[in-house]
Design a protein around this ligand. Structure first.
Ligand code: FAD
Length: 452
């Protein structure tokens, strides 16, 4: 489709735009290249115009203009999503929201912030008031809070506070609709689910409210074990015993060559549990590790970790483990696995024996819906699409695991499994012409679009 770009740009007034190819190419991508399947499908797709609003008024002006000219619109925060969520499948406008970065208000237990704020800046601002975020993705440094809510699910801190969608974690969203005269819609309480994890398909989130908790100066540490089963049992029992941790990640020894900064602190003959532990729990953590046959490799505050040239523990788990491996060896891809409740480490041992060198394992202790939930983001030695879908079928059918497929672009084929009708109903209000991030939800069909 060709659009009247000159008229469109003129209608934006002075809002900053770019149409240089290099610029556009870089901002039409995310971390989809973790998946060779997505890489083949998405590499080279590129938007037509990058727009960089500086204020909510600018966002409203862009929303009005794309609705008037019927141009597809893809929102972009830090661009760290893994499923091509930021790739403009039908071209059009890419809106970079990172200039909407004001922390608006911090009160006891709560922060209100613009959606484009980087999570690291937001967490640092909360820390200045003696508070911290309940959770963040391991991409804390680059990701925006709006991108996390629209594209993420949980991460570091989920061990303590559950997933993003668990009640009370996100308290408030302000959304701009994509219409010739955009409206502002405020969502609170359970209404947030209408937009959460909708991949920017049903409204532009401009403001976010989040719960905060009292800050802890977490100790970044690793306990080493002679056997992955032991490491995993330690991590699981530390969680069951309620040790106050913000992160517990079991990483098997075959990852050691990829954790290049750690050297002897994560040697090739030991399996590790990377953790963030409350300072007054460190003795209990250490005693428990020793009782279960382990030893503490290092234990440092965040500033000591930086000074020692190491990575913080939150860059040693979740999807950062995949990144560490991919930096060294491009032959890997990955899966996202949720274990059935009443976690059984023996199931993992059977999986390790079954897959040998085809899969390397690490496991994340988390909570979901108020219950303990164990995830894995295993590395898979890529041998083609058929192999990936054979593995998914085995892990689901034989082992009772649930796979959140990271090799697909739609919300439904990935984590959510089914069409969320509340999100589609909200899309009819917030994006009635179906312009937002087209192709990313199977719940929207062309006949739903308003024609005028
Ligand atoms: P983007 O990638 O820019 O956007 C994500 C989606 O949100 C897109 O569909 C976009 O259109 C939409 N969007 C962006 N801003 C808005 C807005 N204001 N309004 C509406 N829609 C919007 N994810 C986790 O959940 N947990 C993890 O631990 C985790 N670890 C990761 C580790 C690595 C190394 C990598 C590469 C990714 C990881 N991810 C993880 C995925 C991703 O980093 C996070 O989900 C992150 O929070 C996305 O934020 P972003 O600003 O980069 O979003």
């Amino acid at each position: 489709t060709s659009y009247d770009w000159e008229a469109f740009k003129a209608s934006l007034g002075g809002i900053r735009c770019h149409d240089e190819v290099n610029y556009l190419a870089a901002r039409s991508r995310d971390y989809f290249w973790y998946s060779p399947i997505l890489n083949e499908q998405l590499d080279g797709i590129i938007g037509d115009l990058l727009v960089v609003p500086q204020s909510v008024e600018d966002v409203i002006a862009v929303a009005a203009a794309v609705a008037r000219y019927k141009i597809p619109l893809t929102l972009r925060g830090g661009g760290t999503g893994n499923y091509g969520q930021c790739v403009p499948l039908e071209g059009g406008v890419i809106m970079d929201l990172t200039r909407l970065d004001k922390v608006l208000e911090i009160t006891a237990g709560h922060v209100k912030v613009q959606a484009g704020a980087r999570i690291s800046r937001l967490d640092d601002a909360a820390r200045e008031t003696g508070q911290e975020l309940l959770m963040y993705p391991s991409t804390r440094q680059m990701a925006t809070i709006g991108g996390f809510i629209a594209g993420g699910s949980g991460g570091i801190g989920s061990l303590r506070h559950g997933m993003l969608r668990d009640p009370g974690n996100v308290t408030y969203l302000k959304v701009v609709t994509v219409e010739p005269t955009p409206r502002l819609i405020e969502l609170t309480g359970d209404e947030i689910q209408k937009v959460q994890h909708a991949y920017g398909t049903n409204g532009i989130v401009v403001e976010v409210g989040l719960a905060l908790t009292k800050a802890t100066d977490w100790i970044h540490t690793a306990a080493l074990f002679d056997g992955y089963g032991q490491a995993l049992r330690f991590a699981a029992s530390a969680q069951e015993d309620g040790l106050d941790c913000y992160l517990l990640t079991a990483v098997e020894r075959r990852f050691s060559p990829y954790y290049t900064k750690f050297g002897k602190l994560f040697p090739a003959d030991r399996d590790a549990v990377f953790a963030m532990v409350a300072p007054d729990e460190m003795l209990r953590f250490q005693a428990k590790a020793e009782e279960m046959g382990g030893r503490i490799s290092f234990a440092k505050t965040k500033s000591e970790i930086r000074a020692a040239g190491l990575q913080p523990a939150y860059e040693c788990g979740w999807n950062h483990t995949t990144l560490q491996a991919l930096k060294v060896d491009k032959g890997w891809t990955y899966l996202q696995v949720a274990y059935p409740p009443a976690f059984d480490p023996e199931l993992v041992e059977r999986q390790m024996a079954r897959y040998g060198d085809e899969i390397f394992w690490h496991h994340e202790m988390a909570r979901m819906g108020g219950r303990i939930q164990i995830f894995a983001l295993p590395l898979v030695r890529y041998r083609g699409k058929d192999q990936i879908y054979r593995l998914i079928a085995e892990l689901e059918d034989t082992d009772g695991c649930t796979i959140f497929d990271p090799h697909v672009v739609t919300i439904e084929d990935g984590g959510m499994k089914e069409i969320d009708t509340a999100q589609i109903e909200f899309k009819k209000l917030a994006d009635p012409y179906g312009l937002m991030n087209p192709g990313k939800t199977r719940g929207w069909t062309a006949d739903m679009a308003r024609v005028d």
